[in-house]
Structure formats: structure tokens, C-alpha cells
Write a protein that binds this ligand. Structure first.
Ligand code: ATP
Length: 206
């Protein structure tokens, strides 16, 4: 199994790259989706969050009130660390479960938004960073996603800068151009670095 860590700032194009790699046959594990799954209604994860942060973070239908939780952890490092100490082990366990059913020859792409911030580069054979200028990202997030500009800027301010990300990257995919250009770059990455699966090439990296 070959593990690729895929990261980039908010709105850089990670999901788009992951989708293209999946079309080539990669197995994609989306850390954000798993982080949502482990605190979905009725889970022990959500119960642990309720015990730590109180009933105010639970919505009317027993679901996590993400906005309420975000407002607690946004500027409180201790609270954020507590939340992560609940969710990280659950996400790790779920990832292990998924990998147990994945073929040995698979190329597994881990979409991990905070890979650089959490110093997770050494966990992967190859770290791929998707990069787009702040202007492009804000434009895509506000235009295509309808996110308020202030939210996009606040989230970007909390993430690593491009320089830090580039330093951790084995491969940088620039995404200031068209979708077609991005897809062509992903196709080239797949052809040259990921396929065919060359086990010898990757030994010793982890
Ligand atoms: P997030 O950090 O929020 O998860 P992301 O890094 O996964 O975002 P995407 O969801 O892939 O980013 O891309 C953000 C938006 O920009 C999407 O609506 C996507 O379709 C669009 N997009 C990505 N790349 C391009 C491109 N080259 N040209 C035009 N639109 C693009």
C-alpha cells in the first residue's frame, strides 16, 4: 500500500485533486469526512464531546452544533486540544478499519487539510500540496461556495502559510489556472509518480 498525504489551504482544490485521483483508481480517505462521522448523532464520540463541552453544543435533533462548538474552540487552544484528543483517536481507528479492507497494492490518498500544521508529513510516502493564491481561493470560496469573505479570510489566517506547506511537499500542484490544467497535472502525477505501483521505489520512506 502506498500512502499519499494530500493537503493545501482551504479552497485550494484538495477535493478536486482527490476526485481525479480516485478516477484513476486511488482509494481516498477524507479526514474531514471521518471527523464528522465520528461525532455524528448517537456515537460515543458525540457523547464525549457533550460531556466535555456541555449541552450547548448539541442541536435540537441530537446532532453536533458545529457553529457553537467552533465558537468555543476557535480562540481557545486548550479547548481545541481537548476536542482533538477526543476526535483524533476515533478518526485513527476508523482509518485503520477502512485500510483493513483495502487491497495491499492500493494507492491510498489521505485528504488531510491540517497535515502541515500537525506535522504529519513523515506518516506518508509522498506529500502532495495543492497551492493557489489567497485571491483565487477567496474568489472560489465566496463565489462557488457562497462562503462569506470574512469567514474565508479568518480560516486562512488560522492555517499554515504557503511557504510552510511548500517546505513539507514532495510535489506541489499549482491551481491558479483552469480545472483542465489541474486535471492534466494530476494525470501527470499519477502516470509518473503513482502508477504503476513500484514497491521498491517507496521502500524505506516510512
Ligand atoms: P476545502 O479546503 O474547503 O475542503 P478544497 O481544498 O477541497 O476546499 P475544492 O473543494 O476542491 O477545494 O475547490 C474549491 C472550489 O473551487 C470548488 O467549488 C471547486 O470546484 C473549485 N475549483 C477548484 N479548482 C478549480 C479550478 N482550477 N478552476 C475553477 N474552479 C476550481
Amino acid at each position: 500500500m502506498l500512502h499519499v498525504g494530500l493537503t493545501g489551504g482551504i479552497g485550494s482544490g484538495k477535493s478536486t485533486v482527490a476526485r481525479r485521483l480516485a478516477q484513476h483508481g486511488a482509494v481516498v480517505i477524507d479526514a474531514d469526512a471521518l471527523a464528522r462521522e465520528v461525532v455524528s448523532p448517537g456515537t460515543s464520540g458525540l457523547e464525549q464531546v457533550r460531556l466535555r463541552f456541555g449541552d450547548d453544543v448539541i442541536g435540537p435533533h441530537g446532532e453536533l452544533d458545529r457553529r457553537a462548538l467552533a465558537s468555543i474552540v476557535f480562540d481557545d487552544e486548550k479547548a481545541r486540544a481537548d476536542l482533538e484528543s477526543i476526535t483524533h483517536p476515533l478518526v485513527a481507528a476508523r482509518t485503520a478499519e477502512l485500510l483493513a479492507t483495502t487491497g495491499e497494492q492500493s494507492i491510498v490518498v489521505h485528504d488531510v487539510p491540517l497535515l502541515v500544521e500537525n506535522h504529519l508529513g513523515p506518516d506518508y510516502h509522498l506529500v502532495v500540496v495543492v497551492e493557489a493564491s489567497p485571491e483565487t481561493r477567496v474568489q472560489r470560496l465566496t463565489g462557488l461556495r457562497g462562503m462569506p469573505e470574512a469567514d474565508a479570510l479568518a480560516r486562512m489566517a488560522h492555517q499554515a502559510g504557503d511557504e510552510q506547506r511548500t517546505a513539507a511537499a514532495d510535489v506541489v500542484l499549482g491551481n491558479d489556472g483552469s480545472l483542465e490544467q489541474l486535471e492534466a497535472a494530476v494525470d501527470q502525477l499519477w502516470a509518473e509518480r503513482l502508477s504503476p505501483y513500484e514497491e521498491n521505489l517507496w521502500q524505506g520512506r516510512l
